[in-house]
Design a binder for this molecule. Sequence first.
Ligand SMILES: O=C(O)CCC(=O)C(=O)O
Ligand SMILES: [Fe+2]
Length: 298
Amino acid sequence: MMTAMEAYKTHYETLGYVVVPRSLVIPSETTFQDVLAAVTRIVAKARSGEWPHRRAVGRQFPPHKIGGKDDAWGVQHLIHPDLGEDAKVLKRWYTSPEVCNVVCGLVGCTEEELQLELVNLLINPESHDFALRWHRDDIRGDASIEEEEKGLAIWAHGVQWNTALYDDSCLYIVPGTHNTVRTPEQRALSTTLEAPKNPLDMPGAIVVPLKPGETVFYNSNILHLGIYTSKTPRATLHACMGSTQGGSSRARNVLQHGLDWMSEESFKDGLDKRGLKMLENTLRMKEGAGEIGFSLVN
Ligand SMILES: O=C(O)CCC(=O)C(=O)O
Ligand SMILES: [Fe+2]
């Protein structure tokens, strides 16, 4: 008999994504409420401009503009030390045994190999509708078939996830495209910088609806996009974690978001032994990374 984790892993490896129930990554109602309260305070700071690390409507990919009060579709760096106690709540959740256990199960690594990466948030813009184009996070849309094959082949050492705090139906994916190059039709619909009018025009596309607390774990090089409407509230944690087995393969994807603040001594506050080991692994990757540039063009 397959264990539940083995079944999730098989689904994840075959289709490039898997939706897991709330209990797997949010062990209690208290955790859910603590995370929701911290996120709600951080969103208020981001919307008012007090928190400058935001994703402004109009810009799809890093580097995101720092500062300003433009309508936002995302908030960056939820575990940044300048976010005080709220960052600690998110840090505790992100490095919790529950989250780490799922990541280790899906990626196939030990806890000692985990590295701390991104903890961001996706929110509804307040007064604009916005959308991302079809993309793979770390392979450009105009990549040749060989470049696409090469990029997909090295992408097994980490996982990205969306944990919804409200009902969420913003993420669209094309199952199975995490390990296959695009068909000519899929390529034609994912080469320009424009978001599609209808995401379901993409052959094989599906929407991934989530209920509060549910999480979709996915390979971030699966073909995907997000559609953002001001009409429905969204607050969805958007995080990733990798394994040191990947060497420097994840450096650009992660470090392009600007993580120098992780080297500050104050960042260690609120990290337990497991978290500190994860940080050590990340800082080692950062030291070895050199010039990284950006994954995608805006
Ligand atoms: O909104 C989403 O769920 C997807 C976001 C995304 O694809 C990205 O930030 O690269
Ligand atoms: Fe993406």
